[in-house]
Design a protein around this ligand. Structure first.
Ligand code: MN
Length: 502
């Protein structure tokens, strides 16, 4: 999985010439100290590089141009150490196409009461310099993240870390290629959408392939490669008896391995980082890819079932955001409810395709009939997910815009074992409670498919929505249905008028 090796954030400081060289030297020195602190901080995952002290419109414009062209720069952290007249920033900001984090901090954490004089006041002007920079961004309707506080504050560091991870995922999203095997599950509405609008908004491209294109790669797979992958299965998972060597169904395990290797080869050859399939279109495949999809997701690929390219893209983006963090991200579906009045919960699962990155223990590798689609029994990994905080996220196409929905949840242990359930599953209690959360999700048009995340909190998706400039609907402990309905109504109006404001 991606580890941000090719990503960096540029640290930029704004000032002006009025203060003289001595002061500017100090401004630059202090900026370097802060940038270095951020760079060395273990809690910030993406490299932070001090890039420039900017004091003229030309310098600002040139810097923004270089940022746009840079392959590695995922965004700018901008700090106003002093006042920096913001008309100087207009031409640069006009062309900048990288995300901005406005760090509203100052070098000193507290006021030196006994020593403070006018020199100190002239040097440390973030409090009003940051407001001037804020005005021009707001005046130009530029989305950005504003982070306020002393730069050594742990909460500030975490805000910066979240944003750097999201900025890196935004870069990955903009060049993502999604392979769509077959089309949509017939007659399903929410998995459809405008792929052209999505590419304009998110940058990723979605292209369809016939199953024959995939089958070609699967046919090329050697017996030796299959044997190696099967050995990996036997070592990594609790492979059930019928699938083991000499077991009645061992050939099915080999077939599943063959599909996995062929699928990976197709994706690698085409430079795809996400894909979809549909059980209604499997011509040439012996079984619906189960373990293959599960393992590819665990490697970092985005996936959406039934042709769901929006969720495939979201799963990939969230996997990049969460790279290296404890816990995983998986394709998910709200499957069935537990309406126990004292313990209402949702059982999340899918036909097969849940990512083992969210598993609570060594997955069981098993084979069962699918009961839908009329193909041979597919091999799959079965597991539960650990209890703890998590969230579900979903992107829908509302015709005039994309809406990102986020619902925070608490995963809980099942009340009893589920010995007959032949798929991976998670049980969770949505916030604020099942009745309110499900009503809100349904009123907002949220899909049945989501990305379930154990290692991202809403802050990540809020930053993502800002960068992508899309609507974000948060369903958390704070919501209630009457105000939620009003939020949806106001948003309809806002997004209807929004294009006219820009
Ligand atoms: Mn589904």
């Amino acid at each position: 999985m991606k580890n941000f090796k090719n990503d960096e954030v540029w640290f930029i400081t704004g000032s002006q010439h009025l203060y003289g060289t001595e002061t500017l030297k100090q401004v630059e020195g202090n900026s370097k100290i802060i940038a270095k602190y951020l760079q060395k901080n273990k809690n910030i995952s993406v490299k932070v590089t001090f890039k420039a002290l900017l004091t003229t419109p030309e310098e600002i414009y040139n810097l923004c141009q270089s940022a746009n062209q840079s392959e590695t720069c995922v965004g700018l952290i901008v700090w106003m150490h002093t006042f920096s007249p913001a008309k100087m920033w207009i031409n640069g900001l006009k062309i900048l196409n990288k995300p901005i984090l406005h760090l509203h901090t100052q070098f000193n954490s507290t006021i030196p009461w006994g020593q403070i004089d006018m020199d100190f006041m002239n040097l440390n002007q973030s409090a009003h310099g940051g407001r001037e920079f804020g005005f021009i961004n707001t005046r130009m309707r530029i989305n950005r993240k504003v982070v306020v506080g002393h730069w050594k504050d742990e909460a500030i560091i975490e805000s910066i870390n979240v944003w750097t991870r999201v900025a890196a995922s935004w870069k990955a999203t903009q060049s993502m290629k999604i392979a769509r095997f077959g089309d949509n599950m017939r007659e399903v509405a929410v998995t459809e959408g405008d792929k052209v609008a999505a590419q304009i908004k998110f940058g990723y491209s979605v292209n369809g392939f016939g199953l024959g294109d995939l089958v070609h790669h699967i046919k090329e797979v050697s017996e030796k490669a299959i044997t190696q992958t099967v050995a990996d299965y036997l070592e990594t998972y609790e492979v059930l008896k019928p699938l083991q060597k000499n077991g009645k169904k061992h050939q099915s395990l080999r077939e599943a391995a063959k599909i996995e290797i062929g699928l990976r080869s197709f994706l690698e050859t085409g430079g795809f980082t996400a894909f979809t399939n549909t059980f209604e279109n499997l011509t040439g495949l012996a079984q619906l890819p189960g373990i293959a999809v599960q393992r590819l997701m665990a490697e970092g690929y985005g996936f959406g079932a039934e042709g769901d390219w929006k969720t495939a893209a979201l799963v990939r983006t969230m996997k990049v955001m969460g790279a290296g963090l404890t816990g995983g991200n998986s394709f998910m579906e709200d499957y069935t409810y537990h309406f126990n009045p004292t313990n209402m919960a949702v059982l999340g699962a899918h036909m097969l395709e849940i990512c083992p990155s969210i598993a609570d223990s060594r997955p069981i590798c098993a084979i069962h009939p699918l009961g839908i689609g009329g193909k041979a029994d597919p091999v799959r990994l079965i597991f539960n997910a650990p209890a703890g905080p998590a969230l579900n996220a979903s992107i829908i196409d509302l015709g005039n815009r994309f809406r990102l929905l986020v619902n925070t949840v608490d995963a809980i242990p099942p009340e009893a074992d589920l010995p007959k359930l032949p798929v991976a599953s998670v049980l969770w209690k949505p916030h604020p409670d099942l009745k309110t959360a499900a009503a809100a999700w349904i009123l907002a048009g949220g899909a049945h498919h989501t990305c379930y995340s154990q290692n991202l909190n809403p802050a990540y998706l809020i930053d993502f929505a800002e960068m992508a400039d899309i609507e974000l609907i948060l369903i958390d402990k704070a919501i209630n249905i009457p105000s939620f309905k009003k939020e949806l109504q106001w948003n309809e109006l806002y997004y209807h008028l929004n294009n006219g404001l820009k």
